[in-house]
Write a protein that binds this ligand. Structure first.
Ligand SMILES: [Zn+2]
Length: 447
């Protein structure tokens, strides 16, 4: 599969539009959206009503005492001694405050909504032992505030123990433990059920989040199950999943596409995080803005990814934004302040939802783009996207997309969908790419 970031299409110039061009070839490059590097914030482990970390630690501790009492606790379970400092609930009022801050700041990304979190309550039924209005308020905040800027996804059903779909009882297997390698025949039903619970409360999810390494050992089957479940529940032919992180300096993130069916416009995108959760995870783990981007804007993981113009996707776990006085929220505010300083005129970066990144990479990788002549480019696609951005090796004085004239702008700051920009002998143009056929026509300088 071609997952290369740039797709080059070259064709000989056929017409004799300008003598100087006659012997050259025209080339088209699909650039990053609006010539900016995507930024995105992934929030994992967010649930209606409950603090997942509290229940995860408690249930994992009880599970280990039953099954492996001689083995020491690992991962978050090491925080068992801090349970009395962790609330078992995170209020909807805080989610509203957090979501409004992200909206004001233009931060976009993905926000998990675990549909049957820790088996405590179903999002479509209620949570015994918690005030009734909390679930109602959580759903309102999620749909009216957070959904504006974030995709909502299940993070499978409980994010702790596996649910027996016939009895709705919790089993002794863990979604991210024994089910790192789940049985293939159950995968689609399990993911379908997770998506359906969200659908039952009016949330059409754009994809899924893997709890831990869920599905990692059979990624192809997992990706297929995500696509099939998305089609079944939401008629969504182009979903995404979040499973992988690339953290080391040697690795750069990309957007791999799986199970491409060009004829039917189907594919599933793997969204890859590029930085560790340095927001503080449970609220008691490493929280350090410098690991993302240092005060001088040169050190940390993010500048190295941004320099290479790869999707720069941050990952944080929801509890740390609230628990223990919210170290994660403080780090997020500082990281956002530094990212703004890194890109003061907003010409280098663009905050996007995960689904928008997936759709853009599908369009850039899977569209059929032909240079028909020196002044005409034809695009045929079943993968629509916003802000589709092309670079052409000509200086244009007029550009049309189908019958529409694009507006010429003179700086990258003003470059947006519906405009074109000439830099030296290159022209960049951006438009929302629809399904079907699109024709780009140019009139060059000097013609
Ligand atoms: Zn998680």
């Amino acid at each position: 599969m071609n997952t290369s970031r740039k797709q080059f299409i070259k064709a000989a110039v056929l017409g004799g539009v300008g003598a100087s061009l006659a012997a050259e070839s025209a080339s088209v490059t699909v650039c990053n959206p609006l010539l900016r590097t995507p930024l995105s914030l992934i929030i994992d482990d967010s649930c209606p009503v409950i603090n997942k970390a509290y229940y995860w630690i408690k249930q994992r501790h009880e599970w280990r005492l039953r099954h492996a009492p001689d083995k020491p606790g690992s991962g978050w379970e090491r925080h068992f001694d801090k349970l009395d400092k962790m609330p078992n609930t995170i209020p909807s009022a805080f989610a509203a405050k957090w979501g409004e801050w992200c909206g004001e700041q233009g931060v976009r990304g993905k926000f998990s909504m675990v549909p049957f979190p820790a088996g405590v309550g179903r999002i479509d039924r209620g949570f015994d032992g918690f005030p009734k209005n909390e679930l109602r308020d959580w759903l309102r905040v999620t749909k009216e505030i957070i959904w504006q800027n974030f995709d909502l996804t299940p993070e499978m059903l409980t994010h702790t123990r596996v649910v027996d779909l016939k009895t709705w009882q919790l089993t002794d297997a863990w979604e991210q433990g024994e089910w790192v390698d789940p049985p293939v025949e159950l995968l689609t039903d399990y993911i379908t059920t997770a998506m359906q619970l969200l659908k039952n409360v009016g949330i059409t999810c754009e994809g899924v989040t893997s709890p831990g390494a869920f599905g990692k050992k059979k990624e192809s089957a997992y990706a297929r199950a995500v696509l099939d479940a998305a089609l079944r529940v939401n008629k969504n032919p182009q979903p995404f999943y979040f499973l992988h992180m690339k953290l080391s300096a040697k690795e750069l993130p990309d957007v791999p596409l799986w199970h491409v069916d060009n004829a039917n416009g189907r594919a599933v995108a793997s969204i890859i995080g590029c930085a560790g959760d340095w927001f503080g995870a449970t609220g008691f783990d490493t929280a350090n803005a410098d690991l993302f981007i240092t005060e001088d804007l040169r050190g940390g993981r993010l500048p190295s990814v941004l320099e290479k113009e790869r999707p720069c996707i941050l990952v944080g776990h929801w509890p740390c934004f609230y628990v223990n006085d919210g170290p994660g929220f403080k780090v997020l505010k500082e990281v956002k302040r530094r990212l703004d300083a890194y890109d003061p005129d907003r010409t280098k970066t663009l905050w996007m939802k995960n689904s928008e990144i997936g759709h853009y990479w599908m369009a850039r990788t899977l569209s059929d783009i032909k240079v028909e002549s020196a002044d005409r480019v034809q695009i045929q696609t079943k993968f629509p996207t916003r802000n589709f951005t092309l670079g052409l090796d000509v200086a244009a004085k007029r550009v049309k997309v189908d019958k529409r004239d694009l507006w010429q702008v003179s700086s990258r700051r003003d470059f947006r969908a519906g405009t074109f920009l000439v830099e030296g002998r290159r022209t960049f143009l951006a438009f929302d790419l629809p399904t079907g056929k699109t024709t780009v026509t140019m009139i060059k300088e000097g013609s």
